[in-house]
Design a protein around this ligand. Structure first.
Ligand SMILES: Nc1ncnc2c1ncn2[C@@H]1O[C@H](COP(=O)(O)OP(=O)(O)OP(=O)(O)O)[C@@H](O)[C@H]1O
Ligand SMILES: [Zn+2]
Length: 407
């Protein structure tokens, strides 16, 4: 007779496959049974989403949903360890699904290849019991938070940048705060640094993503969450960790408060003043005659060595730069006066009776425009003209020198 009572509800395959976690005190058979009927949504198949999803699939979470709109790129692979070289250029959700299925074919993986936005978020999130925020931008964070409160789902939220990582479980238990309770107003977009500017170390996202998975496993096993109402901070450089107890749910919170003003998803890009992605948006600050194209700059430097300021941080300057470039960051430029800038460029009257043109270059052509404005505002400069190299090194690599590193 096919009676499972002697295994307390686990199949022979489950008991075998998951034995090493079933043996763990307090997780046990109950934790495993609950895992197999749980539905967990992972938003973002990137640095945090890869480890979170991998451990949850390995642990036997019955249904895992993955949301992402993006494709895998080569510079993802150092940390987005579920993706493979052959997946570069293909859908992240599909790539992650293939990997998770090969790790555990007995669970269900649902892909949502889409930008999570106000229109689709409620429909997607309502299909799941627990949500993991593995995204990378403020608009998406507020959206996920509000939708989790509106649908009453616990939210396991992670973030990481450079050497540092953070983790919190929001909207858990009666008095657990939501993201909006703690951050009622969005950050000023100009102060937000993302991975493509600040960088991030792979193991740091690995630590935080693994901890997100662990919080989920405790939740499904009916154990208390360690970071509900607490902020875990990890400094991967010094190895130190800190846990801060957060304020309780705010009765005045716009979404989880006693009289909420937000009762349906709002326009989060408008609210945050920034797009629901962490890609750099190109700006246009200068007049046409204040800019040269990369091809024009190539022709100019063929005739004579131009004066060129490179405004990128020294660490990027070190990756690669044009030989004539002098590294002066935007921040330094704003502190220097015209004479000091000239001095840094080693431009002196004896060598140079004639005034020269000055060019400014940066990574993608945004800071170089800001720099031209800064230099011009100082007035009194020694240059015939000040212009930026439109599109920066990215465009230089695409249109002039394909050997120049793109990063
Ligand atoms: N609103 C959203 N809908 C769907 N996916 C999102 C949304 N916001 C962010 N993501 C996804 O979350 C993931 C975050 O991953 P990660 O922070 O590692 O950055 P990345 O965008 O892959 O890399 P990089 O910042 O280096 O270009 C990305 O794959 C991104 O596409
Ligand atoms: Zn709240």
């Amino acid at each position: 007779m096919d009676d499972l009572s002697w295994t307390a509800g686990l199949t022979k395959e489950q008991a075998g496959r998951y034995s090493r976690q079933v043996l763990v005190q307090d997780f046990g058979v109950n934790g495993q049974k609950n895992a197999s009927t749980s539905k967990v949504l992972i938003i973002g198949a990137g640095g945090l989403g890869c480890p979170t999803a991998t451990y949850l699939a390995g642990a036997g979470i019955g249904t895992i949903g993955i949301v992402d709109y993006d494709t895998v790129s080569l510079d993802n692979l150092h940390r987005q360890v579920a993706h493979r070289e052959q997946a570069v250029g293909t859908s992240k959700v599909e790539s992650l699904k293939i990997m998770l299925n090969s790790l555990n074919s007995s669970i269900k993986i649902i892909t949502h290849e889409a930008t999570l936005n106000s229109k689709c978020a409620m429909e997607i999130v309502k299909l799941y019991d627990i949500v993991c925020d593995c995204s990378d931008n403020a608009a998406t964070r507020y959206l996920i938070n509000d939708v989790c409160v509106l649908l009453d789902k616990p939210l396991v939220s992670g973030s990481a940048l450079r050497w540092d990582g953070q983790l919190t479980v929001y909207h858990y238990g009666k008095e657990g705060p939501c993201y909006r309770c703690l951050f009622p107003s969005p950050p000023d977009p100009s102060t937000v640094t993302n991975c493509s500017e600040g960088g991030v170390l792979g193991p740091v996202v690995g630590v935080i993503g693994s901890m997100q998975a662990l919080e989920v496993l405790k939740m499904v096993a009916g154990l208390p969450c360690s970071f509900a109402g607490k902020l875990f901070l990890y400094d991967g450089r010094s190895g130190s960790t800190r846990t801060i107890v957060l304020r309780k749910r705010s009765p005045r919170c716009a979404v989880c408060g006693d009289e909420p003003s937000i009762t349906a998803p709002i326009d989060y890009e408008l609210f945050c003043g920034a797009g629901a992605h962490d890609k750099i948006e190109r700006i246009w600050l200068l007049e046409q005659n204040e800019r040269v194209s990369v091809e024009e700059y190539r022709d100019i430097r063929r005739i004579a060595r131009p004066l060129l300021i490179d405004t990128r941080p020294p660490i990027e300057f070190e990756i690669a730069h044009l030989p004539e470039a002098t590294n002066i960051t935007l921040n330094d430029l704003s502190k220097l006066d015209s004479a000091q800038i000239t001095e840094k460029l080693k431009l002196n009257a004896t060598e140079n009776d004639q005034k020269k043109d000055l060019f400014v270059i940066c990574h993608r052509g945004n800071d170089s425009q800001r720099a031209v404005k800064i230099i011009k505002e100082k007035g009194n400069f020694e240059f015939l003209s000040v212009r930026d190299v439109s599109g920066g090194y990215d465009e230089w690599a695409t249109k002039v020198n394909p050997n120049f590193p793109v990063y």
